[in-house]
Design a binder for this molecule. Structure first.
Ligand code: PMP
Length: 399
């Protein structure tokens, strides 16, 4: 008999299932708001000019494709770390931090989780309720029990700050706490900087281990502004893990560009930690791929390309903001009483729209508008061609 005879069918990813349904829908007016990708106003995934120029340079260089170092391209790692900590950070000059290139933000979380399992084998992991679904799955797969901490308040469409602090205070010392450093996925709800200060102090007082996940740097208030939370933790001098992703900010989803940055106690500690991280990487995939890393590294380390990238990222950020405002106004213009103004205050690509499961079902069935059952919509999938239709349809299902 087959060794696979008793293998059970894994549950389908609900969002991928939604995409398949969307593809099969023959209505020409259909809109997919279930995705986690930035689309431009023409409904296309952009290829950034900065990336295209970097690609042209690399093509001219025609460099051979040797193996990269286990920890990746040095210029990539320096660039990624500087984006997080800031150019003048003492954590860089004093070697109290290190960065390794990873296969996307997911790869950073996985390498970090595997290393954490070695140094804190008995720890548990706490994630926000709700969180990006892969947080739970990934830390479970690395062998950790995963618990939730209070985060979202459905009544106010905002942050349950008191609940969050109470949950964090109740966690045992050594718990790994995964925090979305900006543009929370799936809710779009972020703490204020003052609230972050209290969150950071709470983690420090409780001897909790911060794992900051930053997959949308530049989509909130700006590249530097969105790193404020990382820098706030850094200033407290706590050791921490940071996973970053360039999938969205460079529109390079399939290139798997991410980084894992660790803040350590000092130079010598960094050396020991890096040697162990390399072992984790070596036994997983040996070393990262070249192309995406070379593109990002070229952009980050070439001033005119960096400026071009920053401008294009600002364009994406502004377009999302415009869509948020227009959506709220256009729904209101349909004579809807329900207040949607909270959508304007949310940040990043996503919004917990407050639509119920039944309303989401009706949007899909009656109007061909696809959203996640939780009511999460991708604001970056709205554009000048579909926003009126979406606003009218939303109005119809809530009236
Ligand atoms: N963290 C969060 C919060 C995310 O939303 C995502 C991507 N959707 C990731 C990590 C992973 O990013 P990547 O696609 O680069 O693996």
């Amino acid at each position: 008999s087959s060794i696979f005879a008793s293998v059970e069918l894994a549950p389908r990813d609900p969002i991928l299932g939604l995409n398949e349904q969307f593809k099969a829908d023959s209505r020409s007016t259909k809109v997919n708001l279930g995705v986690g990708v930035y689309y431009d106003d023409a409904g296309r995934i952009p290829l950034l000019k900065a990336v295209r120029q970097a690609e042209a340079r690399l093509f001219e260089e025609a460099a051979p494709r040797n193996y990269l170092p286990i920890d990746g391209i040095p210029g990539y790692n320096d660039g990624a770390r500087t984006l997080l900590l800031g150019a003048g950070s003492p954590l860089i000059s004093e070697h109290r931090s290190l960065t390794v290139q990873t296969l996307g933000g997911t790869g950073a979380l996985k390498v970090g989780a595997d290393f954490l399992k070695q140094i804190l084998p008995g720890a548990q992991v706490a994630i926000s309720n709700p969180s990006w679904a892969n947080h739970q799955a990934l830390f479970s797969a690395a062998g950790f029990p995963v618990v939730g901490y209070d985060y979202y308040d459905a009544a106010t469409h905002g942050l349950n700050f008191d609940g969050m602090l109470a949950s964090l205070r109740a966690l045992p010392a050594g718990t790994i706490v995964v925090l979305h450093a900006c543009c929370h996925n799936p809710t779009g709800v972020d703490p204020s900087l003052e609230q972050w200060q209290e969150i950071a102090r709470t983690l420090q007082a409780g001897q909790l281990v911060p794992f900051l996940d930053i997959a949308y740097q530049g989509f909130g208030d700006g590249i530097e502004e969105d790193a404020a939370v990382v820098r706030l933790f850094a200033e407290l001098g706590v050791t921490m893990f940071i996973s970053s992703s360039f999938s969205k900010s460079f529109s390079l989803y399939g290139e798997r560009v991410g980084a894992l940055t660790l803040v350590t106690g000092g130079d010598e500690e960094s050396t020991r930690v890096l040697s162990q991280l390399k072992r984790v990487i070596r036994t997983n995939y040996s070393n990262p791929p070249t192309h995406g890393g070379a593109l990002v590294s070229t952009v980050l380390n070439t001033p005119e390309l960096y400026a071009q990238w920053a401008e294009e990222l600002a364009g994406m950020r502004d377009r999302i903001r415009t869509m948020r405002h227009q959506l709220v106004e256009k729904i209101q213009a349909q004579g809807v009483d329900q207040d949607f103004s909270f959508v304007k205050a949310q940040r990043g690509m996503f919004s917990y729209s407050g639509l119920t499961k039944a309303q989401v079902d009706r949007l899909r069935e009656d109007f061909g508008i696809y959203a996640v059952g939780s009511g999460r919509i991708c604001v970056a999938a709205l554009n000048s061609g579909n926003i009126d239709y979406v606003a009218q349809s939303v109005a119809s299902v809530i009236k």
